[in-house]
Ligand binder design. Structure first.
Ligand code: NA7
Length: 569
């Protein structure tokens, strides 16, 4: 098996908690005020806020050889953001938001990566980021009240404050297919794609997985490969992105009033407007229920949303994502759309999602259904005919064998908790975060966990994170954390930690909110159900960005209610 990842650090090879060698490092310990794990957009926001606005000595530890997090690792062809470029951007520096030029409605991975690189250059951040080092352990010293962090390259760092910004979707899921190690061809994972170009030209490729990554990469493979066997377990909901170059004036309009626009986007549940480029409200009928209008009006709205692309369909009616009957109506519409494009009725039927619209992440695609009319693309239903093993030459299912030169795993991530659990994080009394979370994550605000003083999370479980515009959600948390640290330091507070009671209350609140949504009516990475053995628990805060922000602000305003602040000494 030839497996290639962007750097030598293969994510799947990170030891599980408790396995790392805590004794191996004899080098000098580097001291800082704050350590930040991860130089994705969360880590960059944290560095900026703490260093440039508050004057802290900060060091960011990053496994990749450059910034960008998700956009560093997910370099697969076709990777593109599903939030419009003008909204998926950092707000904390006016220079950045004015100087960077977006070119397309939805930015492609190379553009977003270039944007992250531009940001660290423009804001002189690289000098405070240690690239190419994966944090393997973080241990709290109760007596000293500080954290010691170690890396896979043998460095040790110490600081009173620790911020985990390791990314909600950063630990690739490598399903344990028997025999994969015997496969003689190339193997790639979408979430750890090599920096060097991968050619599909003239090859037979088996692609496993049809989530966001799989649906983006499949058309790119299909156009070059001799044969693509697309192995689908569950048909996803995917709608056309209708990506296009930004038109003259669109970017200028936003840039002229960026802060006002951002303020209005933050008022929405996902901190994202369904579109910022055509504020023509006639495209959607958001204030209406899909059930209260007649068939003709409903179809007209669906058709307009489909033609406009992006998440217009999400916003077509107010209850699309909350009422099963409304979801059924969208499903029926999508079924027709698939049947219009895909010529083979059996394939069209297989591609038709059977679950409620929105239970799993709805995907934005470019010409996905069209590939199934190509002679070199075969949809393989690995739900009814599951993968049994990989051999030296291909993929064996119960009923078939697919001889291939390359296997592409687009099998997703151990989301929200995977990266934190794999790090050896030890808090008070040596308690291990992974043990505390064995039945599902437990946090307060998704920002801190009981027993782990002075350790904050950005994009942690039970926060909005991936249910919102992630950059905006990250920035809100970075601001809150920075203010909390400054609050403690001004008052000579040595440690801040959450109480069991506050944490229990938050966990219950998060679960109650989730139970009211459609998200819990199926299986998805939102619930951890994509990873065998992972406890089923809703991993995100489903109350919307404005409510989450309000909670955070109210708690801070009440002197950090639910936290215990202990004075130095
Ligand atoms: P996803 O959305 O978790 O998709 C993973 C896909 O891989 C999905 O189709 C899975 O099928 C499939 N899968 C996973 N394990 C297997 C096995 N063992 N056999 C066959 N198929 C399998 O990950 P993505 O990377 O596409 O997207 C993740 C997020 O990134 C996305 O939501 C955006 O927020 C960005 P299943 O549906 O579980 O039956």
């Amino acid at each position: 098996m030839l497996y290639k990842a962007p750097t030598m650090a293969i994510v799947a090879a990170v030891p599980l908690q408790g396995e790392s060698d805590l004794s191996g490092n004899s080098g000098a310990i580097q001291e800082f005020d704050v350590l930040v794990v991860g130089a994705g957009f969360g880590g960059l926001a944290m560095l900026h806020k703490l260093r440039d606005e508050l004057g802290y000595r900060v060091r960011v530890i990053e496994a990749g050889s450059g910034p960008g997090g998700t956009w560093y690792w997910n370099r697969y062809p076709g990777a593109r953001c599903d939030v419009e470029s003008l909204q998926y951007s950092m707000s904390f520096s006016d220079e950045l938001q004015q100087e960077w030029e977006w070119t397309e409605r939805f930015a492609a991975q190379p553009d977003i990566l270039a944007y992250a690189e531009f940001a660290i250059e423009r804001l002189d951040m690289a000098k405070d980021i240690d690239f190419g080092r994966r944090a393997t352990s973080a241990v709290f010293d109760e007596e000293a009240g500080n954290w010691t962090l170690e890396t896979d390259t043998g460095e040790s760092y110490r600081a009173r404050w620790l911020v985990m910004a390791a990314g909600p979707l950063s630990t690739p899921n490598f399903p344990s297919f028997p025999g994969l190690e015997n496969f003689k061809g190339e193997v790639y994972h979408s979430g750890a794609w090599p920096a060097d170009p991968v050619s599909f030209m003239g090859k037979r490729v088996a692609q496993i997985g049809t989530g966001s990554s799989g649906i983006q990469i499949a058309p790119m493979i299909a156009k070059d490969a001799d044969q693509l066997y697309l192995m689908q377990r569950t048909a996803s909901h995917t709608v056309p992105a209708r990506n296009r170059p930004l038109r003259p004036g669109e970017q200028e309009q936003i840039k002229a009033h960026y802060n006002d626009y951002r303020a209005s986007w933050k008022e929405t549940i996902g901190a994202t407007l369904w579109s910022s480029i055509v504020p023509d409200e006639k495209i959607v009928a958001y204030e209406k229920s899909a059930l209260e209008v007649g068939e003709e009006e409903r179809r007209a709205v669906f058709e307009r949303a489909w033609a406009f692309g992006g998440y217009a369909l999400h916003r077509s009616f107010k209850d699309i994502l909350s009422i099963p009957e409304a979801s059924d109506l969208v499903n029926a519409f999508i079924r027709e759309k698939i049947a219009e494009v895909v010529k083979d009725p059996k394939t069209a039927e297989l591609l038709t999602p059977k679950h409620y619209y929105g239970v799993k992440r709805v995907i934005l695609d470019t010409d996905y259904y069209e590939i199934f009319n190509r002679p070199n693309v075969t949809l393989v239903d690995v739900k009814s005919d599951p993968i049994v093993e990989m051999t030296e030459t291909g993929v064996k299912t119960w009923d078939g064998f697919y001889e291939v030169d390359m296997i592409v795993l687009a099998t997703g991530f151990d989301a929200m908790t995977g990266s934190l659990i794999r790090m050896n994080i030890r808090g008070r009394g040596g308690r291990v975060l992974g043990d505390d979370w064995k039945d599902g994550p437990r946090t307060y605000l998704g920002i801190m966990a009981t027993g782990f003083p002075n350790m904050f999370m950005i994009g942690g479980p039970q926060s909005c994170s991936a249910l919102a515009n992630v950059i905006t959600a990250n920035e809100q948390q970075a601001d809150w954390i920075a203010e909390c640290i400054a609050h403690c330091d001004e008052r000579k507070i040595a440690t801040i930690e959450t109480t069991d009671e506050a944490q229990d209350g938050w966990v219950n609140h998060v679960n109650e909110l989730a139970d009211k949504t459609i998200f819990t009516k199926g299986d998805s990475w939102y619930l951890g159900s994509n990873i065998p053995g992972k406890p089923r628990a809703f991993l995100l805060y489903a109350g919307g960005f404005p409510a989450y922000k309000q909670h955070c602000e109210a708690i801070a305003a009440k002197g950090y209610e639910g936290f215990v602040l202990s004075a130095a000494g």
